[in-house]
Design a protein around this ligand. Structure first.
Ligand SMILES: [Mn+2]
Length: 348
């Protein structure tokens, strides 16, 4: 019985990828900064390490509007409507997730290529049967950190300050976004050490920040207003819950790529310990499901939202986790609040 633990080294993954020419790099559906940054940093490093190699990244579930600008000429494809990668790879690398649910429409495609798949992740939960090679850096703030080590390995470099700027920018994006631009509790000396090395490699912090955080369409602010307008406080104002129905997203003239990243807004309220946003999503089978994104304040009396998410068959980190429930929002909400209060009671 395998478990969600590292069972290999980055050196061994590099050795496995040696001589592989067509490599598909995948990540979780509805990509974020770490998913894009770590996948494209790996793609660029693989292609730079071998002139004949054709590595590319494949994304499902929509993409943020900054994707193409960040990616530049790094090969990447956004697959819509259940489409699958058009290559038959000789190796697959999954970064920033290792769970079937997060792979979404790509799950069966990966399952059919299990033996040639490797996972590089930093989440506390995942499905160990996704790949025979698992590198799970659970103490890392971003998947971009182990990916950076692999990139150095592939390129024969010692320090991230020696990376080409085009790769350093991608790793920086992963590191910065998964730490909330160096605000979250996962920030530590290693994070700042690596950030410093990446700045020395030529990364322009202001440029990356503007690219990712100041590049929204007006619809994104309208949908944020819908989310804030839906705010409810529960459990003596300790739980903040926002909702985004498909109707609200439609009203804001927004798309699914405009909805991410609002889950921590509720944490701005002094009494709130857990903030959640429930987003109605369309599933492959046209039934209604609710995506739940959870954030908690760290420090004394912290509520471990990874535990909450696990009760709902999801997972993540102690302060940032997610799950998906096959119920409409109004039915998912009491289930979620009950799960949070259960974890809260256990942690007393
Ligand atoms: Mn990540």
């Amino acid at each position: 019985m395998s478990s969600w633990e590292t069972n290999t080294t980055l050196d061994e993954i590099a050795a496995f990828l040696e001589g592989k020419e067509r490599i598909a790099v995948l990540t979780h559906a509805r990509v974020d900064g770490d998913a894009v940054g770590s996948s494209l940093a790996l793609v660029r490093s693989l292609n730079r390490a071998s002139k004949t190699r054709r590595a590319s990244a494949w994304y499902v579930g929509g993409a943020p509007n900054w994707l193409d600008q960040l990616a530049g000429d790094a090969p990447h494809h956004v697959l819509d409507g259940g489409k699958l990668p058009e290559v038959e790879p000789d190796a697959v690398v999954v970064v920033d997730t290792g769970s079937w649910g997060q792979l979404d429409a790509l799950a069966d495609w990966v399952r059919a290529r299990h033996d040639i798949t490797s996972v590089i992740d930093h989440h506390l939960q995942g499905d160990p049967d996704v790949a025979p090679r698992l590198f799970i850096a659970k103490t890392c703030a971003a998947a971009a950190q182990p990916v950076c080590e692999l990139a150095l390995d592939l390129l024969g470099l010692k320090n991230a300050s020696e990376l080409p700027t085009s790769i350093a920018e991608l790793i920086y994006t992963g590191l910065a976004t998964d730490t909330g631009w160096f605000r979250h509790s996962n920030v530590n000396a290693e994070v700042f050490d690596l950030a410093g090395q990446l700045l020395r490699a030529g990364v322009d912090h202001t440029k990356m920040m503007a690219l990712v955080e100041m590049n929204d369409r007006p619809a994104r602010l309208r949908v944020m207003a819908e989310a804030l307008g839906s705010l409810e406080l529960h459990d003596r104002d300790r739980i903040a819950v926002m909702s985004l129905t498909r109707e609200a997203i439609h009203r804001a003239q927004a798309g699914s790529s405009d909805t991410g990243g609002f889950s921590d807004l509720g944490l701005k309220i002094s009494t709130v310990r857990v903030s959640a946003i429930l987003t109605e999503v369309e599933t492959a089978h046209e039934t209604v499901a609710t995506k739940i994104s959870l954030r908690s304040k760290s420090g004394p009396n912290m509520i471990d939202v990874n535990q909450v998410a696990r009760m709902l068959d999801g997972g993540g980190h102690a302060n940032a986790a997610g799950a998906r429930i096959g119920l409409p929002i109004e039915q998912a909400k009491p289930v979620l609040i009950d799960a949070i209060m259960q974890v809260e009671r256990q942690s007393k």
